[in-house]
Design a protein around this ligand. Structure first.
Ligand code: IMP
Length: 176
């Protein structure tokens, strides 16, 4: 916990903010007048969602869901919901906000959970995408930055709960 991994910069805060702005423009074009519900997947998406909605100048709602994994998630795919939705999504336009799509298991789980609630539409916006690690296909409708097959931290993303507060995104070069 006290060890200090070596971090090297991958995306600066300016690059991240330019990407957030670009994604917001695409979302605005498609959702203006539709009163969408943006659903952030905790914890990693909180910073991205907070910045994104500051660029969206039309009525929308914000929700969060939180998942936990148990066992060896990547091989077992075992994910469960810890904090579900507080508002009804039936007949609503729903946009899932992800920090990263890595194996795709989390996003696929969330989409399955939401699809069963019969929203009018269901799409995904991901700030980062690590396609080299995908185990299950996930359609990302609004895609930000593509990342290499490395572990990244910062801007909401953590390594053992650390580094979420960094405004830039870094690669963890060694793990302490
Ligand atoms: P999944 O593998 O696509 O299901 O991603 C599950 C979760 O793992 C993401 O929502 C992130 O919280 C976390 N995660 C995956 N890759 C990284 C990474 O490179 N850095 C930090 N968190 C990650």
């Amino acid at each position: 916990m006290s060890s200090q991994p070596k971090l090297s910069i991958l995306f600066t805060k300016d690059e991240i903010q330019a990407t957030v702005k670009k994604l917001a423009a695409e979302i605005r074009r498609d959702y203006l007048g539709k009163h969408p519900i943006l659903i952030g997947v905790l914890k990693g998406s909180f910073m991205f969602l907070a910045d994104l909605i500051r660029h969206l100048d039309f009525p929308l709602e914000v929700e969060f869901i939180r998942l936990s994994s148990y066992g060896d998630r990547e091989s077992s795919g075992k994910i469960k919901l810890v904090h579900g939705l507080q508002s009804k999504v039936k007949g609503r336009h729903v946009l899932v906000i992800e920090d990263i799509v890595d194996t795709g298991l989390t996003t696929a789980f969330v989409l399955d959970y939401l699809r069963r609630k019969k929203p009018a539409s269901l799409k995904v916006c991901a700030l980062t995408d690590k396609p080299s690690r995908r185990q299950i296909p996930v359609n990302i409708d609004y895609r930000g930055l593509t990342v290499p097959n490395k572990f990244i931290v910062g801007y909401g993303l953590d390594w053992d709960e650390r580094f979420r507060n960094l405004p830039d995104i870094y690669v963890v070069e060694n793990e302490g």
